[in-house]
Design a protein around this ligand. Sequence first.
Ligand code: FRU
Length: 337
Amino acid sequence: MRKPIATLVAVVLTAGVAVLAGCSKSAPEAAAPAESGAPSAPEKKTFVIGMSQCNLGEPWRVQMNKDIEEAAKAHDTLKVVFKDAQNDTLVQQNHVREFMNQGADLLIISPREAAPLTGPVAEAYKKGIPVIVLDRALLGEDFTMFIGADNRLIGEAAGKWVREKLNGQGKIVELMGLQTSVPGHDRHDGFVKGLGDAAIETIFSADMKWLQPDAQREMESALARFPKIDLVYGHNDPGAYGAYLAAKAAGREKEMLFVGIDGLPHEGRVYVEKGILSVTFEYPTGGREAVEYALKILAGEQVPRNVVLPSRFFTPENLAAGGELIGGSDAPAAAAP
Ligand code: FRU
């Protein structure tokens, strides 16, 4: 069950200081002691959260930041400072170090790549800064908690859906997410599992690095090489859409189906509504949950190591009804604290 916001604020105000008193800042509006000798208002603390975003080029990441901002707005004890690494791992490493050196009270990071960001995050964590890793996993254990959907389960659901839609046979293109990021691997591994022993052949696969222009370019190559393509599996909606644009430019978009992941209401679900994608699998941003768990951590409460967010899928048939939960009985329970 979610805790009412008021309760969480109260917890932060009363108990949160213990853990991070050294770093937290006094809010300027904290009341000065009254001259009359009346009891002074309790001092309010403002906690600074550093949010390291790997890129704001995709609508999904813009949405993640919005979700964080919205959730934090409800708490005047929180100030979130956002940094955008513009898809540059070195820049993101520096951002983590900057937050650490500036004495942020807590770090949220959605890392571009796993291995190169593991070290800087571990450094901050070992200095006593709690770290919430969002969406793309890191290596090792040196962070406070991870929040994200189950990319293997999503990939597997996509594989099963494709298998059924193609009646167990066909030729497909797979446009993969950045292979040095964990979701890119998990969405592939899950997909292969979901396809099972179907006679479905992946005739072309490429790392489109989560980027629509790269996906479009890779798809142009696939179209040039293969006269028959039944379906394109894009590891995200920008990738699937990039592939669609390439096929459309070649006059071949009606010959094949397009499958994507993210399912934003203003992106993937619109593509489904327009008949561009046949299905999109939701990948929740976890922004709101990150703020709620940050409040708990700052209040000195215990939090789980791993929070798995549930996911739905959207087709023209179920769109109006709000999609359908994936994973059946394996589906993760609602994850809000
Ligand atoms: C945005 C994005 C999403 C994708 C997620 C994976 O950068 O590529 O489209 O689902 O990252 O981490």
